[in-house]
Design a protein around this ligand. Sequence first.
Ligand code: C2E
Ligand code: CA
Ligand code: CA
Ligand code: CA
Length: 284
Amino acid sequence: DLAMYQAKSRGRNRVQVFSDKMVSVTPDTLLLENDLYKALERDELRLHFQPQFDCRSGRITGAEALLRWDHGGRLIPPSDFIPLAEETGLIVPMGEWVLQRACTMAQQWRELSGWPLRIAVNLSALQLDQPDLIDTVARTLAETGLPATALELEITESVVVRESLRAADVLMQLRALGVGIAIDDFGVGYSSFAYLRELPVDRFKLDRSFLSAVPQSGGDSRLVAALIAMGHRLEVGIVAEGVETQAQADFLKAHGCDEAQGYHLGRPMKEEAFEALLMAHSSE
Ligand code: C2E
Ligand code: CA
Ligand code: CA
Ligand code: CA
């Protein structure tokens, strides 16, 4: 929430306590909110693209679009402005921009490289609440020419569980368009396995916290292996996030994980860099 947001943006080393009233009139927040509001019209939003790989073949399967804000030459990470964007509702027009840009670039790259690239786009809870979400997605696909099957929408496990009834309905409608659905940060809220099984879902994205101590921790390694096996039993693909070492990549391959994403394999990169990577990859 805003109080947390501001406590963070005020410098991480100081402990501060804000009442809600104080926060709502603090000039810093108002300024940033105003700037964030203008970010869209000033064309200051950027997407970085992080490649995803098939664990077995090592080939690129897709890319995740990750939002950045170019604030006067300083690239601000999403953790520093998405909470405010959600609080103010700005995440809705921003999310539409992300969807449009990601689909446009993905289709351009598919045509340029001939590679069947899939593009993953993050959806916030507020977007899921918009009655016109399905129309927006359908229109964006029509405008950009991207096939529905080349788009995957990522929704976090917590959002799906919190809004369970509505989420199931929306996911069903997105599925009917042909769009893929991935459950992001999968495994963080275990209690929902039984429920997740009932959802129309194509992929689980295993939260990177599970992988950080693999393979040196026997317990964590067994847990990851079990989650992969469980995904397969449910006929859902598993993408492991946060692959930072070759040992982790080897572990995932050995345990039949489908896809992997992480700094060791490829960092989130600017459009030009991703295009160069894809062109080199597709001509190998
Ligand atoms: P996420 O969806 O879980 O995205 C993965 C995050 O992990 C990204 O952070 C990515 O840069 C980072 N990451 C990738 N590989 C590694 C690795 O090997 N090690 C580590 N430590 N981190 C890795 P980023 O780009 O800062 O994004 C943070 C979060 O912001 C995302 O988490 C997502 O929840 C949100 N976000 C980003 N773009 C959008 C967007 O367009 N819309 C919405 N609603 N949320 C977004
Ligand atoms: Ca994601
Ligand atoms: Ca994630
Ligand atoms: Ca995350």
